[in-house]
Design a protein around this ligand. Structure first.
Ligand code: PEP
Ligand code: MG
Length: 597
């Protein structure tokens, strides 16, 4: 982290902080410190018989808060220099406030005594404690009031399961600064109102990052000390391309970034003109460029960017920010809307991929989020095959939507042929059931594909190719699992490298298996949307890429400059290398030559 306090700036001085740029673009606006927001708390008087359950609900919220704080503390320990110590002390103080403290005992007794709901009891208890501290006129204790309020807000958020609804009420163009922003929080951000966000924690290809790119929200993560240096309402600049955050910028800094923002918008406009031209290489190989859909708003973008289909619809957002599960009809309406909206272009719906950093409230218990290694636990297809009701409801909605146009079903986190067989049996059973209910299902069921994102699946792709109708390579998870790098952990983000020879061999293995079996294969991880990797993917034999719609024009531009024979030749040289930095140099060199031709 770099911190420059410029002399002669505003009253507070300009401060430049550097983190990881996860979503490009520039935002300039008033800071909104997310974790200090007003939370919507209702008041209810409970029946006598419900008091014990309410006290237990409060105890659960305390336990969850402790787990969250311990987790944050582990991650804070790796922050550089004094930041680790500073943040560590703060989190220790917060933990102490939850350990059989005056606060927790007070709330518990208040629920029993006044029969108020837990979140309201927390709010009153916090106000009482704050009043008591203020009366002592001790500056040290006065500073603790803020901490108590932060802990209270965490408890309330965990009780009401509504992390950041206050985002809706922000000032126009506000820049959100927070400890951490989850994919569910990001889904609540309206890009027409919110400028962008910056956080203390978070890595490069996390689902939060993908969501931010989908919304076109400039964002930077991994900035230790961010919250200590910012104030609500202070002007903040976020440059999501370079990973820079500037607090209290000088007037000339604002001017520089305003003009960079104009350049960025102009470049997008120029690229948008490529919409109607085909994605064809110099040697006339046509490449399918499809869109990943993370949120419904992207359907319009997919169409306006000239996507040839939806290569990956992440259905998780239907399940986020709610306490119940979406039923068959609700899901059907959504899927059918996409299929109709794409007007005959194929739509690939992925079945629920929860676990790791995406966790709907309604499945919090079922998906083993508190397992020691949630990323390796009961998630994605594993959860679907275990909870057949959940899976069958989703399959039924998808099969009904297949009447409205071409649709494919994609299974996440496949590691074994048996999972594809069982999923196919489930799909056939569900189809029979729908027909018995008198609901039409196409005579030939939709193609059933496997995500290749587990290293074992990539290595044994030839075995899977006999069962799956198509493959989609999920490089985000493939890199995470192959290199043992948590994709949402900023401390190891520098090690997250798709150019590692091990990752390239895994991709190659999957491509070769698909080509031998003659089944379609695409890449739908984030590298598909980054023009830096286009030559590499084409050189490996891929002809279908799926990406966040906004990236389609940039990748198309790159494709139109490429020759697949030359790319394959460069790829062979790359596959002989043992060192990822040499691979990067060979790739960048090839990209520069192609660009300047
Ligand atoms: C991937 O893992 O590359 C992928 C496309 O899926 P997700 O990012 O949703 O895990
Ligand atoms: Mg994945």
């Amino acid at each position: 982290m770099r911190t420059d306090a410029a002399p002669g700036g505003s009253e507070h001085g300009e401060q430049t902080l550097t983190g990881i740029g996860i979503s490009p673009g520039i935002a300039i606006g008033p800071a909104y410190i997310g974790d200090r927001a007003e939370l919507p708390v209702g008041e209810r008087v409970l029946a006598e018989r419900d008091i014990d359950a309410e006290r237990a609900r409060f105890a659960d919220a305390v336990a969850l808060s402790v787990r969250q704080l311990r987790n944050l503390k582990l991650r804070a320990a790796a922050l550089p220099g004094e930041a680790a110590e500073e943040v560590g002390y703060l989190l220790d103080a917060h933990l102490a406030m939850l350990a059989n403290s005056r606060l927790t005992r007070g709330v518990d007794q208040r629920i029993a005594r006044t029969r108020l709901n837990a979140e309201r009891a927390v709010q009153i208890e916090i106000d009482e404690l704050a009043k008591g501290f203020a009366a002592m006129r001790d500056p040290y204790l006065a500073a603790r009031i803020d901490d108590i309020r932060v802990v209270g807000a965490r408890l309330i958020r965990n009780l009401i399961h509504q992390p950041y609804t206050a985002y809706a009420k922000l000032a126009e163009g506000a820049v959100i600064l927070a400890e951490e922003v989850t994919p569910a929080d990001t889904a609540l951000m309206d890009p027409r109102r919110i400028g962008g966000f910056a956080t203390v924690f978070g890595g490069t290809d996390s689902h939060t990052a993908i969501m931010a790119r989908a919304l076109g929200l400039p964002a930077v993560t991994g900035i230790p000390g961010l919250l200590e240096r910012a104030r609500n309402e202070a002007t903040v600049v976020i440059d999501g391309s370079s990973g820079t955050v500037i607090i209290d910028p000088l007037p000339e800094t604002i001017e520089t970034f305003q003009s960079r923002r104009e350049d960025f918008v102009r470049e997008r406009r120029v690229l948008a003109r490529l919409r109607r031209v085909p994605a064809v290489t110099r040697d006339e190989i046509e490449i399918r460029l499809e869109a990943n859909l993370e949120l419904p708003v992207e359907l319009g973008q997919a169409l306006s960017c000239g996507a040839t289909g939806l290569g990956l619809v992440r259905t998780e957002f239907l399940f986020l920010n709610r306490n119940d599960l979406p039923g068959e009809d609700e899901q059907y309406e959504f899927y059918a809307g996409l299929v109709r909206g794409m007007g005959g272009r194929p739509v690939t719906l992925r079945t629920l991929d929860v676990g790791g950093d995406k966790l709907p409230e309604a499945l919090a218990g079922a998906s083993g989020a508190d397992a020691a290694n949630p990323a390796l636990g009961l998630r994605a297809i594993r959860l679907s095959l275990k909870d057949r009701r959940l899976f069958d409801t989703q399959l039924a909605a998808m099969l009904r939507a297949a009447n409205d146009g071409p649709l494919r079903v994609l299974l996440p986190m496949i590691s074994h042929v048996d999972e594809i067989r069982r999923a196919r049996e489930a799909m056939e059973q569900v189809a029979r059931r729908l027909r018995r209910r008198g609901l039409g299902v196409p005579r030939s069921l939709p193609p059933l594909g496997a995500m290749i994102e587990v290293p074992g699946a990539a290595l044994a792709a030839d075995t899977l190719a006999g069962e799956a109708d198509f493959f989609a390579i999920g490089t985000n998870d493939l890199v995470q699992y192959a290199l043992a790098i948590d994709r949402s952990d900023e401390r190891v983000a520098h090690l997250y490298n798709p150019l590692h020879p091990g990752v390239l061999r895994l991709i190659q293995s999957a491509v070769e298996a698909a080509l031998r079996r003659n089944i379609p294969i695409s890449v739908c991880g984030e590298i598909a949307g980054d023009p830096r990797y286009t030559a590499l993917l084409l050189g490996l034999g891929l002809r279908e890429l799926s990406m966040t719609p906004r990236n389609i024009p940039r990748v198309k531009q790159r494709i139109r400059n490429l020759d697949t024979v030359a790319a394959a030749r460069r790829m062979r040289a790359i596959m002989d290398q043992s060192d990822a930095s040499r691979i990067a140099a060979l790739l960048d060199d090839f990209n520069t030559i192609a660009e300047t031709r």
